[in-house]
Design a protein around this ligand. Structure first.
Ligand code: GLY
Ligand code: MN
Ligand code: MN
Length: 372
């Protein structure tokens, strides 16, 4: 697995440390695993990290002893602690905080449970550390929304591989085949082109099932005339990709063609609406207007897209305006554009591609065949 080099990780650390200074925080406790992976290159099923102005304390357990010591060797700004078998993560966090002695530290409000918070706050108080604990909101997530060059190179490569999977799979979506068989083909292809695992449960939804945006691949046999929605992605070195293609099986009916063309037009309108500094909601509105004009506004029942990276859904959400507002678009953000139109009992269409925001607009990352 490729991991971002130490100088890239250091750049990410400096940016978070700067964000802390602007919030008058001496430290930030990080408990979200994707945020820890982003800052330290440590990918694990459990970990904690504390960012201070001059270093990051990384806490991991004995299952990852090799990876932990490798992180410590490669990154001079990482202070690595391997948990003793008799200690819990939260005890170790308390010990490190007592040693660091911050007077004002933040915790990730969206990722620290109430019981963990109570344990940490209670233990600090019992030990006499008079510190203000501040809920911090999406500090690292905001930074992750804009990819650095190392990430963009990786995500471009991943999107190219995903487009290749789409190209190989679409000709095999044939009448008589079962949804779950095609999903298994997709998962096999994802591995063949180099993805380590699927980014989510592969969706193959045929006939009336295609009217459910997140249907699971089931045992339905594909019939002539069906619309089939295929939504899949792979994880390459920690980074997710996400694509949807909709195909018709056999001769394409007029209604099927009309819906596919309207959704494709909506996706292009969304793409054309992307500009750095713009609001994600404007991109959503552009897609929604097109489908509204085609009389399919009600049939578009979800947002236009989402940020993509270490998680398959991350900032920014590309949907109608709602609180809290999304960060404005910026060059380097990677987004999906995935308008759809769904008609219960009949079927549905979704087309999804991954794009990157550029200085002047956007660039497609995936470029598989859209429709057949
Ligand atoms: N497959 C998940 C999504 O498209 O958002
Ligand atoms: Mn998808
Ligand atoms: Mn998506």
């Amino acid at each position: 697995m490729r991991i971002a080099p130490s100088d890239v990780l250091h750049g990410r650390f400096v940016a978070v440390a700067t964000a802390l200074a602007s919030r008058n925080l001496d430290a930030l406790l990080i408990t979200a695993l994707p945020n820890i992976a982003y800052l330290t290159g440590f990918f694990a099923s459990a970990a904690a990290a504390i960012v201070t102005p001059d270093r990051i304390t990384l806490i991991g357990d004995g299952r990852y002893a090799d990876a932990l010591s490798q992180r410590g060797r490669e990154c001079p700004f990482l202070d690595v602690h391997q948990l003793r078998a008799s200690t819990s993560y939260d005890q170790a966090v308390v010990e490190r905080l007592l040693a660091l002695g911050p007077s004002r530290f933040g915790f990730e409000a969206a990722h620290l449970t109430v019981s963990r918070y109570n344990f940490i706050a209670g233990a600090l108080e019992a030990a006499g550390l008079v510190a203000r604990l501040e809920p911090a909101h999406s500090v690292v997530e905001h930074q992750r929304a804009t990819k650095d060059e190392w990430e963009l190179t990786l995500m471009r490569e991943a999107a190219g591989r995903l487009s290749e999977v789409a190209k190989c799979i679409l000709p095999n979506v044939l009448a008589g085949r079962v949804e779950s068989e095609i999903a298994a083909d997709i998962d096999r292809e994802l591995r063949r082109v180099g993805f380590q695992k699927p980014a989510f449960d592969t969706i193959v939804a045929s006939g009336a099932n295609a009217a459910r945006p997140h249907a699971r691949a089931g045992e339905r046999r594909i019939e002539p005339g069906d619309l089939v929605v295929l939504d899949f992605g792979g994880v390459l070195d920690g980074y997710c990709t996400d694509i949807t293609r909709t195909v018709t099986v056999g001769p394409q009916g007029q209604r099927e063609r009309r819906v596919i063309e309207a959704v494709a037009e909506a996706q292009l309108a969304a793409f054309d609406a992307i500009r750095p500094g713009g609001a994600p909601e404007d991109v959503d509105r552009a897609a929604r207007e097109v489908l509204g004009r085609h009389g399919m506004g009600e049939a578009f029942s979800h947002g236009t897209g989402h940020g993509l990276g270490l998680e398959v859904h991350e900032l920014p959400r590309v949907g109608p305006r709602r609180e809290p507002l999304e960060p404005p678009l910026a060059a380097g953000m990677v987004l999906t554009l995935e308008p759809g139109a769904y008609f219960p009992g009949w079927g549905g269409v979704r087309i999804e591609d991954d794009v990157v925001v550029t200085a002047s607009g956007a660039e497609w990352l995936t470029n598989g065949q859209r429709v057949r």
